[in-house]
Design a protein around this ligand. Structure first.
Ligand code: URP
Ligand code: ZN
Ligand code: ZN
Length: 445
């Protein structure tokens, strides 16, 4: 429910992905009713003083797994699951407002698709105007690598990274881009975790491919050296696929590419398993449920490593945490922008405040936090969701069940304009020739 009498946010700096301007924002009935100075508003509205603070669009995390049944257990933060059969894809896209499908190149024997299957799935995505998403890792090489590590007596979490080094991710990323390009289908590479894979995505964009890369909070905020930690539970809590990389320059490199638009958008892949669930793999790293936290801390981690570090400005921050996702998945400017008639999803952000991330204070169900102890500049002071204050003074004021599914139309213009034009002008044509009328050898069968 929206606040009954509206909310006037006064004196803040309104930051969109293209421009920042000191302005007031008036919210009524769940929508942004007006943006400007000296707004006429009814008596009795709540006034929030945002002077010295930023007023930014609510973050959009394009990649989470809530309540995911996975690797013998279920992720502990709530909600969601998906499927992928050709006819169902069409129904889901046309009637149910879903315009992206994730395909796996990893998890051999469970989810892994062969190249010909990826080709078919990408073709169907294109036919229905959806965005093909890939988890890009070579599942065959992972299976072989895992066998090798176990045979060498490497059973701990370090084996998880050792069996799937960077090339395994980079090769699959390149292959997915090649297959998508053969189909002229837009591609979104989820959880880009390594320097090599990020470089493949950046190079492909420079070569004109319609591809978007999604680094995640984990990969931007921490690294894979933790897999070698002496405490098994600590090391296991970082296990996810593709793994965090032990090269400590990886997070900074991924942030550089995010800042310069080689990479486009940040997710979290939030898929949390508590330590007792991770312990399913205490004697064999291949049985550790894959997944890490991130959904609560994404904005802080990206502000700290991206904006506070000086790599990106506040507008690029809004682009990579909110508006680019809204554009790719086709619900911009309903979401992802502070503007008249947009949904009133607004964060009042104080760039001068700091906070320390800890499992002791976080609101998630999981019993550890991979960013434990990280000091972050930039703190959300107030969060407004569809006109209702849902977070203030460190307290969540959410009502279970108040989240809403957003119906997304297919053929997002942001993604499909170039694809459609290429289809129109880029079709190969046969060469018109005089028929060959010379001798043809005879072949005996
Ligand atoms: O380890 C991960 N990434 N877990 C979530 C499932 C997936 O592959 O995205
Ligand atoms: Zn994945
Ligand atoms: Zn995922």
């Amino acid at each position: 429910m929206a606040e009954p009498h509206g909310i006037l946010i006064k004196g803040g700096k309104v930051v969109n992905e293209d421009v920042s301007v000191i302005s007031d924002v008036y919210i009524e009935n769940g929508k942004i009713a007006d943006v400007g100075l000296n707004l006429h508003v009814p008596d009795g509205v709540r006034v929030i003083d945002a002077s010295g603070k930023l007023v930014i669009p609510g973050g959009i995390d394009p990649h989470t797994h809530m309540e995911l049944a996975f690797m013998g257990t279920r992720s502990v933060d709530d909600f969601h699951i998906g499927t992928q059969v050709k006819q169902e894809m069409e129904v889901i896209a046309k009637e149910r407002g879903v315009n992206s499908f994730k395909m796996f190149m990893a998890y051999k024997g469970l989810y892994m698709l062969q190249d010909s299957e990826l080709y078919a799935a990408f073709s169907q995505c294109k036919a229905i105007g959806a965005i093909a998403q890939v988890h890009a890792e070579n599942g065959d090489l992972i299976a072989e690598g895992a066998k090798k590590m176990l045979s060498m007596g490497i059973t701990g979490p370090e084996g998880h990274e050792l069996c799937r080094p960077e090339e395994v991710e980079a090769e699959a990323t390149q292959r997915a881009i090649t297959i998508a390009s053969a189909v002229n289908c837009p591609l979104y590479v989820v959880h880009v975790m390594s320097k090599s894979a990020a470089k493949v995505v950046g190079d492909a964009r420079r070569n004109g491919h319609v591809v978007f890369g999604e680094p995640i909070a984990a990969g931007l905020g921490t690294d894979g050296t933790h897999y070698w930690h002496k405490d098994w539970a600590h090391a296991a809590s970082f296990v996810m696929g593709p793994p965090l990389r032990p090269d400590p320059s990886t997070p900074g490199y991924l942030m550089d590419l995010l800042a310069n638009d080689d990479l486009s958008v940040t997710g979290t892949d939030n898929c949390t398993f508590s330590v007792c669930q991770k312990a399913l793999g205490k004697d064999d790293f291949t049985k550790i449920p894959n997944g890490v936290n991130g959904v609560e801390d994404r904005m802080s981690v990206i502000w700290e490593k991206g904006v506070h570090s000086g790599k990106m400005d506040e507008n690029r921050f809004v682009a990579v945490t909110s508006s680019n996702a809204a554009k790719i998945f086709n619900f911009y400017p309903q979401k992802g922008r502070i503007a008249k008639n947009s949904d009133a999803d607004v964060v009042i952000w104080d760039p001068k405040l700091t906070r320390k991330i800890s499992a002791k204070t976080h609101h998630q169900a999981v019993d550890y936090n991979i960013f434990e102890g990280m000091e972050c500049h930039g703190v959300a002071v107030i969060t407004i969701s569809r006109g209702k204050v849902v977070y203030e003074d460190g307290q969540l004021k959410t009502t279970p069940g108040s989240g809403r599914f957003i119906h997304r139309e297919p053929f997002s213009e942001y993604v499909y304009k170039r694809i459609k034009q290429r289809d129109e002008v880029g079709q190969p044509t046969a060469v018109i020739r005089k028929p060959y009328d010379g001798k043809v050898i005879s072949v005996s069968h």
